[in-house]
Design a protein around this ligand. Structure first.
Ligand code: UTP
Length: 300
C-alpha cells in the first residue's frame, strides 16, 4: 500500500508515541535522560514499542516530545559514521543493531510544549495526520505488552465493529484498584468486549469488571474533536480517557481486545527492574549467568 492511498477499514498508518511527560517517578535520572531512552538490557523501551508498531503495519512513528527531550527523536536518526566504524572493526552484528531503530519506520516528532496530560499530548498529533487517515494508533512507550500482535488484532476489531478499540488485561480483583477499569458487555468473541464506560482506580468491590486498561489504543480520528470538547481534570491535565468517554456518550462504538499475555510498566523503578530482569533472563549471552547469580543471591 502506498503512503498516499486510503487505509483499509481498521488499518492505520501512524503510530503516536507520547513521550513528553516529566517522568517524575524516575527523578533524578530523568533530569537529563528521558525515561523512554532507559535501556531494557541494551535497547531503549521506545525502540521495543516502535518495533511493535512497525510489526502491526504502521508506516510512521510520530513521537510527541518536548523541547528538553529531543534526544528521544534523535535516537531514531541514522548514524552512518558509527555504523561504518563498527563495520570496519568487523562488528557487523552490532552495526545491524545500531541500524535497526532508524530502519524500522519513518520517524517524525511534534512538540508538546507543556506536560498537560496524555490527552493533550495525543491532541498534538491531530494537525499532522493525513486527510485520509481515519484512525491512529497510540502506544505508551512505558507500557511493554507481550507477546506483540495485539495492535493487529485491534485493527481487525475496528474493521469489524468500527469506532475505536482499546486494549485490556484481565486482572485479579486485588489489582483492579491500580488501574482504569472498563465497564463492558460481552460480544460473541470472548476476547472482545463492548465498552460502556471506564472507572479510574476503583476499589475492588466497586469495579465494573476485571478488565484493566493497557497503553495501546486504536482511535478513530473523531478522538481529536472529542479532545477539544473535554475540560482539564486533576492537575490541569487533559485525560485521554475523558475524550474516549465523550465518544462513548456520543454513540461511537468503543471495544476492547482482552490481551491474554503479559505487560511490564517501565514508568516506575519497580516495573522497570522486572522488565529488565525478564529480558535479561531470556538473553542468549547474559541469561544463564544472571539466573545463577540471582539464585545464589536469593539464598543469602
Ligand atoms: P505517564 O504518566 O506514565 O508519564 O504518562 P510521566 O508523566 O512522564 O511520568 P510520571 O508520572 O511523572 O513519573 C504516560 C506516557 O504519556 C506521556 C509520558 O511521556 C509517558 O510516555 N505523557 C504524559 C506526555 O507525553 N505528556 C504529558 O503531559 C503526560
Amino acid at each position: 500500500m502506498s503512503a498516499q492511498t486510503s487505509s483499509p477499514a481498521g488499518a492505520f498508518r501512524t503510530a503516536v508515541v507520547p513521550a513528553a511527560g516529566l517522568g517524575t517517578r524516575f527523578l533524578p535520572t530523568t533530569k537529563a535522560v528521558p525515561k523512554e531512552l532507559l535501556p531494557v538490557v541494551d535497547t531503549p523501551g521506545i525502540e521495543l514499542v516502535a518495533a511493535e508498531a512497525a510489526e502491526a503495519g504502521a508506516q510512521r512513528l510520530l513521537i510527541v516530545t518536548s523541547p528538553g527531550k529531543d534526544s528521544v527523536a534523535a535516537y531514531f536518526r541514522h548514524d552512518d559514521e558509527l555504523v561504518e566504524t563498527l563495520e570496519a572493526r568487523g562488528k557487523e552484528e552490532l552495526a545491524q543493531r545500531v541500524r535497526r531503530a532508524p530502519d524500522l519506520l519513518a520517524v517524525e516528532s511534534v512538540y508538546q510544549y507543556e506536560p498537560k496530560g496524555l490527552g493533550h499530548a495525543v491532541a498534538q498529533a491531530g494537525p499532522v495526520l493525513g486527510d485520509d487517515e481515519e484512525a491512529v494508533a497510540v502506544l505508551l512507550p512505558d507500557d511493554l505488552v507481550f507477546p506483540t500482535g495485539v495492535l493487529t488484532r485491534m485493527a481487525q476489531v475496528r474493521a469489524e465493529h468500527g469506532g475505536s478499540v482499546l486494549c485490556a488485561f484481565d486482572v485479579p480483583p486485588e489489582q483492579v484498584s491500580s488501574y482504569g477499569v472498563f465497564d463492558v458487555s460481552d460480544t460473541d468473541d470472548d476476547d472482545v468486549k463492548w465498552v460502556h464506560g471506564m472507572v479510574e482506580k476503583p476499589p475492588a468491590d466497586q469495579a465494573p469488571s476485571s478488565y484493566a486498561a493497557a497503553g495501546r489504543y486504536l482511535l478513530d480520528r473523531a478522538i481529536f474533536g472529542a479532545l477539544e470538547r473535554i475540560t482539564p481534570g486533576a492537575g490541569g491535565e487533559l485525560q485521554l480517557t475523558d475524550a474516549v468517554a465523550v465518544l462513548i456518550d456520543e454513540g461511537h462504538p468503543v471495544h476492547v481486545v482482552v490481551h491474554r499475555g503479559g505487560r511490564h510498566d517501565l514508568g516506575n523503578p519497580a516495573g522497570y527492574v522486572r522488565a529488565y530482569v525478564d529480558h535479561m533472563l531470556g538473553h542468549p549471552e547474559y541469561g544463564e549467568s544472571l539466573r545463577g547469580w540471582l539464585n545464589d543471591r536469593l539464598k543469602e
